[in-house]
Design a protein around this ligand. Structure first.
Ligand SMILES: O=c1ccn([C@@H]2O[C@@H]3COP(=O)(O)O[C@H]3[C@H]2O)c(=O)[nH]1
Ligand SMILES: [Zn+2]
Ligand SMILES: [Zn+2]
Length: 250
């Protein structure tokens, strides 16, 4: 069984040298996208993956660097790919706000009679903390995490053993207790704000307070353009590079 994560982008919301952070889960049988920022369609084109080769899209939260490419994907699947549909993995609450507050303006179409998210995507509602089996080799689970006060946000477990933070404020207890001690995740993909105070993201300084044994499992993503100047300053953690493939089959 082959299971890999390919980073489509590794940059922060404001990075210009790196695409928006998003990832492709590539299993033997399916390709599942985690988030779809404004730059994600370009990154997919660069790796030669057609939109109709994506079996589903999982959304963490509705900031534009995570959902800004969804309108393009929806339109292109419909108009360029012969009304091809893909699955959208979301909690019901997130689906509601994703449509009402992000996509409705562009995607609603009175002529076609389109006025809901389900007119473009096959909605698969995820329950928080409930593993969802995509196929025999791939299970995903979303857990609510804190990013912006009172805004829906999810982090993701892949096959129980890989943790994808998406955008979160530092949560040391979650990482130590749940991610490492309870689940023994071998791979942790974590957002990382390199300078300044965190406020809505996890900072490099915060991640450096983790034990080395945990740092060894961490790939840093969602970084700013000054990332190269931090080489050698990330303890046991590694910057994941755009388009890099990480084997998570273990
Ligand atoms: O309360 C707020 C809300 C937002 N922001 C900035 O806007 C960005 C939106 O995308 P992001 O979540 O990747 O990163 C966020 C931050 O850079 C912030 O600093 N404080
Ligand atoms: Zn972001
Ligand atoms: Zn965000």
């Amino acid at each position: 069984m082959s299971l890999q994560i390919q980073m489509l982008g590794t940059g922060s919301a404001f990075a210009k040298n790196y695409y928006n952070t998003s990832a492709l889960i590539r299993s033997t049988d399916v390709n599942i996208l985690i988030d779809c920022g404004a730059t994600t369609p370009r990154s997919l084109a660069e790796i030669g993956l057609e939109l109709d080769q994506i079996d589903g899209i999982l959304i963490s939260h509705i900031h534009a660097d995570h959902v800004g490419g969804l309108e393009e994907v929806a339109f292109r699947l419909f108009y360029q790919y012969n009304q091809k549909r893909t699955k959208l993995y979301v909690t019901e609450a997130l689906a509601q706000t994703l449509w009402e507050n992000t996509l409705k303006g562009g995607l609603s179409n009175p002529t076609e009679g389109f006025n809901q998210l389900g007119d473009y995507f096959d909605l698969v509602y995820l329950e928080e903390y409930v593993p969802y089996v995509i196929d025999t080799n791939l299970t995903i689970e979303v857990i609510p995490t804190l990013h912006i006060n009172q805004k829906l946000n999810y982090s993701i477990f892949i096959n129980h053993r890989t943790f994808y933070s998406a955008d979160i404020q530092f949560n040391k207890e979650l990482l130590i207790q749940e991610v490492v001690h309870t689940r023994n995740c071998h791979t942790i993909l974590h957002d990382c704000q390199l300078s300044g105070s965190g406020f809505v993201h996890t900072t490099l300084g915060e991640l450096l307070t983790l034990p080395a044994e945990i740092q060894k499992r961490i790939y840093l993503m969602h970084y700013d353009d000054d990332m190269p100047s931090y080489y050698g300053q990330t303890g046991e953690m590694t910057f994941v590079q755009q388009h890099a493939l990480i084997d998570i089959s273990g």
